[in-house]
Design a protein around this ligand. Structure first.
Ligand code: SF4
Ligand code: SF4
Length: 378
């Protein structure tokens, strides 16, 4: 394993994302604890010391599972536990950060959290937390009391909001952003990485393989590009991870590992990781892969949402098209099925009234296209 120096500590370059754990009966609340235990031991034995969960992962059972394993197997001192405050209720009257933190400590069976994040910040959510809940003071108070060792946030918005938060969040120790070789210019992106370096805030990277999309299980054209640049033997997952490890300012790279094979592969890739590791040929291959992906044909939905309010069946039409397009683009429908099933389960209820097509500025034959989406992802 390779490590990054962080305030005198060593943090593994691979972090274990605990949001896609093996489950029983396809039920996200029923974590297969023995499989997870085996994976956690393998990870710890091979030097992984950063584990990332959240209040909401697996409906709360992700925190419980890692808490149980840490306590029963005496692993607490070998693991930096990162977890996140569920911030999305900040507009409601029942939002109570301290109560939530106590619940998290109980689930994790510990008296402190090593890395604590405000979950999924966007500009507006940040302003609410800042103004209504005085969240910067709260986080720093908890840090002063020793309940939180490092405070930060995870982020899903545009660069300007990222900059605003970094500028306003006194005491912020680290931040977590989505970043990979396809999403390098969206959200915080390269500009965000540069600004975080300027502010001396190390970054944790999530979605380095874009939720599995960059694995390309069935994409001979991509295999050919890699062959052309002499990296044919490299897996697509490794290429994606190396792209992120290459960058400056990165503390650790998270991968949501759902099985032992994935974990073993990532541990091996991490053992050869280093800053500045991407070669010119790898850069060229990545550039060609990006171009290939950009030219994929898809459903030309712009996401304007004009169709949404008038649908008598409340079907999430733009989301359905987005999942379909992503699945087609990466030739990997499996990577979209979880979100599709969660958001578009009622797609079969379409009554073909045509209200959506009548209002769609792109003149899409929506009911017909929804049938295609269903056949592909359902
Ligand atoms: S055709 Fe189907 S998706 Fe479109 S508005 Fe009617 S019910 Fe909704
Ligand atoms: S109205 Fe058309 S373009 Fe707009 S979100 Fe709906 S399907 Fe997409």
């Amino acid at each position: 394993m390779q490590y990054k120096e962080y305030h005198g500590e060593q943090i593994s370059s691979l972090g274990f994302g605990l949001m896609r754990l093996p489950v029983i009966d396809d039920d996200q609340s029923k974590i297969d604890i023995e499989k997870v235990r085996e994976m956690v031991h393998y990870a710890v034995d091979n030097g992984v010391n950063y584990f990332d969960t959240a209040y909401v992962y697996h409906n709360g059972f992700s925190e419980k599972a890692i808490g149980q394993i840490m306590e029963e197997d005496h692993l607490r001192d070998k693991i930096n536990i990162a977890t996140k405050m569920f911030t999305f209720g900040a507009n409601g009257p029942d939002f109570d950060p301290r109560k939530m933190l106590d619940e998290q400590l109980e689930r994790l069976r510990t008296d402190h959290i090593d890395f604590y994040l405000l979950h999924g910040l966007r500009g507006e959510l940040w302003k609410t937390l800042r103004d209504k809940w005085d969240i910067v003071k709260y986080m720093n108070d908890m840090k002063e009391q020793g309940v939180l060792r490092n405070i930060g946030f995870s982020f899903h918005d545009e660069y300007d909001s990222f900059k605003m938060i970094l500028d306003e969040y006194d005491g912020c120790d680290f931040a977590q952003i989505q970043y990979n070789y396809v999403d390098h210019e969206i959200q915080a992106g390269n500009k965000g990485i540069a600004y975080a370096i300027e502010k001396n805030v190390p970054l944790v990277i999530m979605e380095p393989i874009k939720g599995g999309s960059l694995i390309f299980p069935d994409y001979p054209e991509i295999d050919a590009i890699k062959e052309k640049y002499g990296i044919g033997s490299m897996s697509n997952a490794e290429l994606a991870l190396d792209y992120v490890w290459d960058k400056k300012g990165i503390l650790t790279v998270l991968s949501g590992m759902g099985n032992m094979d994935m974990l073993k592969g990532n541990v091996e890739y991490a053992s050869r990781s280093s800053e500045g590791m991407i070669t010119e040929d790898m850069e060229k291959a990545i550039a060609e892969i990006r171009t290939l992906l950009e030219n994929t044909e898809n459903i030309p939905c712009t996401g304007c949402r004009y169709c949404v309010d008038g649908c008598p069946q409340n079907i999430a039409i733009p989301s359905a098209f987005r999942f379909y397009n992503e699945g087609k683009k990466y030739r990997n429908p499996d990577s979209q099925k979880r979100m599709y099933n969660r958001t578009c389960a009622n797609i079969a209820d379409c009554v073909e009234c045509g209200a959506c097509s009548n209002i769609c500025p792109q003149h899409l034959e929506i009911p017909e296209l929804l049938k295609e989406v269903r056949a592909y992802l359902g």
